[in-house]
Design a protein around this ligand. Structure first.
Ligand code: URA
Ligand code: SF4
Length: 185
């Protein structure tokens, strides 16, 4: 059986050559909600924790707004655990190499609800390449778990409109639906 902490010594793909830290998770392993992002960025690579840069700060703010405590109510991780150089998107082989660690995390946390942050997380978990504009806000089902794709927070940072139909407002609505689903399940 794969031990999650062995991930820290993993060299299964070339991202091991350039990383500073393996970035596994933050939040609560007992949570009923799991969020999956793409890959660590510079700050995550330096600190060894996911979503601690600008994207993470925006995400935490939105989660708090809908009544979800990022420390207690969820477990957050990424499709790949090591930073890709220049923050490029992870390659297919890297997603595949890292998938056993993601599966181990899902087994350990056993979440009722999984939120996929952006297209890479959707591709990694489900193998679906449909655009996020179509997918976001839709409930999917995977291995008995409710799964919702939402926009990646870095997309919200690049599209900062506060209009009611803009990405940030749509994401707030999606996270509200997630919070409600957790109350129902
Ligand atoms: N973006 C991600 O997808 N993950 C992180 O941990 C930080 C930024
Ligand atoms: Fe291993 Fe994943 Fe890091 Fe690649 S990205 S070295 S598979 S932990």
């Amino acid at each position: 059986m794969l031990e999650l902490h062995d991930c820290e010594q993993c060299t299964a793909c070339d991202l091991a050559l350039t990383r500073q830290r393996v970035v596994i998770s933050r939040g609560a392993a007992s949570a009923r909600l799991m969020l999956i992002g793409e890959a660590p960025g510079a700050r995550e690579d330096a600190l060894g924790q996911p979503f601690v840069g600008r994207s993470g700060q925006l995400l935490d703010r939105l989660l708090l707004e809908v009544g979800l405590n990022p420390e207690k109510d969820l477990y957050i991780c990424n499709a790949v655990k090591c930073r890709p150089p220049q923050n490029r998107r992870p390659k297919r082989g890297e997603l595949t190499a890292c998938r056993p660690w993601l599966d181990r995390q899902i087994d350990l946390v056993d979440p009722a609800v999984i939120v996929l942050l952006g297209a890479t997380a959707v591709d990694s978990l489900l193998g679906i390449k449909t655009g996020m504009t179509q997918l976001r806000g839709q409930w999917l089902s995977w291995n008995g778990r409710s799964v919702m794709p939402i926009f990646h927070p870095s997309y919200l940072l690049r599209n900062p409109s506060t209009a009611a139909d803009a990405p940030t407002a749509l994401t707030r609505a999606d996270l509200t639906a997630v919070q409600q689903r957790l109350c129902e399940r």
